[in-house]
Design a protein around this ligand. Sequence first.
Ligand SMILES: Cc1ncc(COP(=O)(O)O)c(C=O)c1O
Length: 367
Amino acid sequence: MTAIRPTPRAGVLDIDAYVPGKSSAPGVARVFKLSSNESPLGPSPAAIAAYNEAGKHLEDYPDGSASELRDAIGRVFGLDPDRIVCGAGSDDLLNLLARAYLSDGDEAIHTTHGFLVYPIATMGAGATPVVAPETDYTADVDAILKRVTPKTKMVFLANPNNPTGTYVPFDQVKRLHKGLRPQVLLVIDAAYAEYVRRNDYEAGIELVATSENVVMTRTFSKIHGLAGLRLGWMYGPAHVIDAINRIRGPFNVNLPAIAAGIAAIEDSAHQERSREHNSRWLPWLTEEIGKLGLKVTPSVANFVLIHFSEQNGRTATDANAFLMKRGLILRQVGAYKLPNALRMSVGTEEANRLVVKALAEFLRKAA
Ligand SMILES: Cc1ncc(COP(=O)(O)O)c(C=O)c1O
């Protein structure tokens, strides 16, 4: 007999819960976590100092509107702080957007290998995720536009995308925006924007500034090395910011996160060091792993997607097991419809060299 008990709204129990990157390898003393695209350089020392200072005042509620943090972000990017809202990670903001703008029967589009939080947020709001195919592991504007129906309320675009590392040039993003009805909200998730070094890339600020149906989300989890604090922000039209401010938790960003976030965003030298590190090791990894005969999707972010053979003994699962035994933790991406690939964050020099060496050994052994 089925017990009579509370039931979640339709769709909730169809959600596959998000599985974070692993952080430990059984039986291995020293591990290199390369599974969640965290910063190998860690946070700015100024951010750590601000965090420690804030730790002396944990009895106080934070400023619910995070106004000093929004002011600091506004100064750095030249934006109106009133059009910024902060969240407990950009995940928080993506979910709030879904809750505010989607309801039962609505559709939200994301791409085949798009970030998994999009379908989770969509289904959590009772709406239906619609998947647009990609071309060469890259979001395809025409394919997205083809999937727009009268029910479409939102389009999620990770630019660059996780876990592929590919990006959509700004003229294509503008074309996507032009093809959407003004009632459709285009969510540009620019979590990895700081790493991109391409002249034809724009994180989304210009589109947000010049339209009424585009928002851009950003995070402190990647270049700022503050993933553990859970901090993100969004820039959007005033009417969207107003809606999100009505439904967000009144203190959704905690006190140490606000303090560390201000110090981090103001430490441009630290950001530059992280960018430089990435600019050195991203091409190195791509080239060295490529030389081993493995395909690497060209990435503009702080990780690479490595493709493996389907042959027994040489698959991504085999490689993952081999690397795990050596304390090298990469990310299996089967949930992203990439069962034969592994995603690797750009790590420290030591970690990067160890992975290349281990992959060479793996392939030799499997030969
Ligand atoms: C594309 C993308 N968007 C958003 C996020 C979420 O970041 P946050 O830590 O700010 O919630 C991630 C984290 O991996 C990501 O890859």
